[in-house]
Design a protein around this ligand. Structure first.
Ligand code: 6PG
Length: 470
């Protein structure tokens, strides 16, 4: 390979970086990697794949000189200060028109700051979410780029080649200016938290109320994955119930400590939704449940102290049917909340997001890929300005048909002391969003009563205050 003509540069040859660069090479683009860690550079050289198209170095000048201009350099390094440090290292070597792509889960305001800083220097910056884990990076991730529209043309052929394909369509698209890509990826992760929490609640219900064994759970999730719940998360859930313990007897899932970790993207989604004033209760509670799960020692003491009711007997086949319908209902409500947040953020931050495009690039490659996304994409294609998925006639049908089961499941679980907070928040969200009248008139009265905060009336225009009790 000659000097100066590699198509693509990649900084950070950890698992994700290594897989991504090999994916680029598999698609016949030449790629040059850079990492300070010699072992990682060597590890890349030892990988299988189209190695003629790949090279790597620990020397930044070798790396920079190897790349054709405008240079297209993707960073796959941990979010935070490291991204700034890498940018500072690269900057003295770059030329105007070069492109830096941050492929990590960076916080969107960091991306805006970096974008403005680099724009002053004539460098284009892309905050680009990449979803699908290590396998996705190697075989085809869903990619969510945001940045300069013109500069995207330079990156487009490579991203379209390496991305996952849904019926031949690439799961990547230019999403919008500045941090649009990182923002979309953040909300993708918020939805991911919601769907994961929902599947774990349904697992709990089927196990505690229906007494399903792991073998039965494997079969149930496997069957569901062949129907309308078809999705990556349901698919891997089925697989998980089949996994034997590699360190002893029994099934691995039963040996895993019930404390879930998090790196922050779900929490950021919730926090920003609060800032925007958009309700995403199924995502909020998914974050809270990871926090409650972390309180293992306290939970053990409290369990001793309070105990819980014995679940009432229920027919297994009936329970499985109710659970499928409730899960489908809650999945829809969770996507609806995340997409509502995206639509609002788009207006607030000037992203000009196209929701049908976002749903399309989520149909393959990413963690929240699901059969449902095809219908979601169609709903937004039919109505570009759809404020909420729940208002799409095609979704009204699906929700109407499944909400009775969500009610049954939530009521049953509440009586049985089985916590289903994400299913029940999805139901409550639905009931509140579809109520033309809510009791918040009383809150307005209370606010005016104790704080003279004023209120509006439903029978005449204006702002009113009353001397209550006078
Ligand atoms: C993806 C994932 C990925 C991230 C997980 C884990 O889309 O491939 O979202 O970016 O590793 O979200 O996040 P937590 O550690 O917070 O669960």
């Amino acid at each position: 390979m000659e000097h100066n003509n590699y198509d693509f540069g990649l900084v950070g040859l950890g698992v994700m970086g290594r897989n991504f660069i090999l994916n680029v090479a598999d698609n016949n683009f030449s790629a040059f990697g850079f990492d300070l860690d010699e072992e990682k550079v060597n590890a890349l050289k030892e990988e299988g794949g189209n190695l003629e198209k790949v090279s790597a170095s620990t020397e930044i000048t070798t790396f920079i000189d190897a790349l054709a201009t405008p240079r297209k350099i993707m960073l796959l390094v941990p979010a935070g200060k490291i991204v700034d440090a890498v940018i500072e290292n690269l900057l003295p070597h770059l030329e105007k028109g070069d492109i830096i792509i941050d492929g990590g889960n960076s916080f969107f305001t960091d991306t805006d700051r970096r974008d403005a800083y680099l724009a002053e220097k004539g460098i284009h910056f892309f905050g680009s979410g990449v979803s699908g884990g290590a396998k996705g990076a190697r075989k085809g991730p869903s990619i969510m780029p945001g940045g300069n529209r013109e500069a995207y043309k330079e990156v487009k052929p490579i991203f379209e080649a390496v991305s996952a394909k849904f019926k031949g369509e690439p799961c990547v698209a230019y999403l919008g200016p500045k941090s649009a890509g990182n923002y979309v990826k953040m909300v993708h992760n918020g939805i991911e938290y919601g769907l994961m929490q929902l599947t774990s609640e349904i697992y709990d219900l089927l196990k505690k109320a229906g007494g399903l064994t792991n073998e039965e759970l494997h079969k149930v999730f496997n069957d569901w994955n062949k129907g309308r719940l078809q999705s990556f998360l349901v698919e891997i859930t089925a697989e998980i119930f089949n996994q034997k313990d590699d360190k002893g007897d029994g099934d691995l899932v039963d040996k895993i400590l019930d404390k879930a970790k998090q790196k922050g993207t779900g929490k950021w989604t919730s926090q920003n939704a609060m800032d925007l004033g958009i309700p995403v209760p199924s995502i909020d509670v998914a974050v809270s449940m990871r926090e409650i799960s972390a309180l293992k020692e306290e939970r053990v003491v409290a369990d001793e102290l309070y105990g819980r009711p014995t679940p009432a007997p229920i027919d297994k086949a009936e329970l499985i049917k109710l659970a499928e319908e409730a899960l489908y209902f809650a999945f829809i409500n969770t996507y609806a909340q995340g997409l509502h947040q995206l639509a609002d953020a788009s207006a607030e931050y000037g992203y000009e997001l196209d929701m049908s495009v976002i749903a399309k690039i989520w149909r393959a490659g990413c963690i929240i890929r699901a059969g449902l996304l095809e219908d979601i994409s169609t709903a937004y294609t039919n109505d570009k300005k759809l404020p909420n998925l729940l208002l799409a006639p095609t979704f009204a049908e699906k929700v109407q048909a499944t909400v009775p089961s969500a009610r049954e499941v939530v009521a049953y679980a509440a009586k049985s002391g089985i916590p289903l907070p994400a299913v029940s928040n999805s139901l409550t969200y639905f009931d509140a969003y579809t109520s033309s009248k809510l009791p918040l008139n009383l809150i307005q009265a209370q606010r005016d009563h104790f704080g003279s905060h004023t209120y509006e009336r439903n029978d005449m225009e204006g702002i009113f205050h009353t001397e209550w009790g006078a």
